[in-house]
Design a binder for this molecule. Sequence first.
Ligand code: SAJ
Length: 448
Amino acid sequence: MSEKYRYLLELIESKRAKLGIIGLGQVGLPTALSFADAGFSVTGNDVNKNLLDGLAKGAIPFEEEGLADLLHKCLQNNKFHTVERTEELIRECDVIIVCVPTPLTEHVRPDMSYLEDIMQILANSFLEGKLVIIESSIPPGTFEDMILPHLQKKNMLGDNVWAAFVPERLAPGSATREIRTTPRVIGFHDIASGHLAQSLYKKMISGQVITTDVRIAEISKLVENTYRDVNVALANEVSLICEIYGIDFKELQTVCNSHPRVNLHSAGPGVGGPCLPKDPYLLLNPHGGNTIESKIIQHARNVNDSMPRRVVDLIASGLSFHGKSLSDSKIGIWGVAYKANVSDTRFSPAKMVISELIRQGSHVIVFDPYTQESFGGTKVSDMWGAVEGSDALVIITDHNTFRNADLDSIKSKLSTPVVVDTRRMFDGNLARSISLTYLAIGYPGLRK
Ligand code: SAJ
């Protein structure tokens, strides 16, 4: 191994290596602060200058348990700072970790523009002696056919520059905890890069570090989220079958999951967030290749995308039970975030539900304790403001805030006693026993 390699390894081992994180979103920021907390000096950079200004003042841009405390700590002990120019970060740092988004285009194809912009800057930078890590999710083939050619423009991989793909595995909402304990996958092309990346991540995480070929690492990331998406789709489809049989999906789930090899997921209003609705499409669209056909993966996407329509149908049937329709009703919504206790509303099923209700003429009142987003509904700042005088209360996100709400209070405040509980937060039997018109995904329908 070269002198430069040994020098960089020693910097990493002694935590004297300077780390630079490009992209300070829901992956980059927890990653930056966790490495800083582990003892490294970390520099962050993002195209969003307001975000950088806020971070310098200790403000975190999204809801994430423990992140604000971590930021304050890392600012106080001078382990974390930001720079406005990506070139400056690259110049300053020994290890560069890229955490920019790879979303979808409007044609449901991977949008690689953010990553390509960063790779252009890296290709034109002095990279000798540096390790570059890609954490962004990427279509299979991207590392070898796009990332490496950029990094090797002026350098030689494994000789004077090193690179690895280390897919992020952060679950929003428990990111600061899980980042240290979830096993990490290190994908590499040359052994020296794999070794450097492994020694770096072992300094920050207590979980297992798994090393593998870079192509396996690329595909594993996408398959993990596709696995979850397909399983949620199965749960959603089974919930519709339960409605036909007139049985309770939740009870069925408990019974089935007593089998040691069954893990029936939870049915709900649909699948949102920055990962699950997107990664199946990255999996099926290899870098520079044709779209791969997969009936099961595409069907799962379609099932999950169809669930918000099912929610609107449930609301309509609850109202019609009381002789009302969507167009003459006021509807209160609890929760617009894509899942419990986060502020993220990307791809949230709430968007389609609220838009469709508004399109059909409903007056929609929205409460979510974590976000100002209301998808066109009228935002209220108190959860009971969405219930008072409404013809239906619809729970879309199972935030803890709603967990202890009392069904009697809900009933007394509603104008028409309809509750549509897409997350099964409440006991349906109890709700119906106090004459609430209770409807839920995978729950027996109403009888006149
Ligand atoms: N959902 C259901 N039923 C379920 C589970 C989830 O309807 O049984 C819905 C949620 O309500 C939400 C969506 O699916 O709308 C996604 O939520 P999630 O908790 O499954 O996942 P994310 O998107 O927050 O995080 C996922 C995680 N991946 C896996 O669990 C395989 C996380 O570990 C990844 O790091 C993250 O994607 C990512 O960044 O890729």
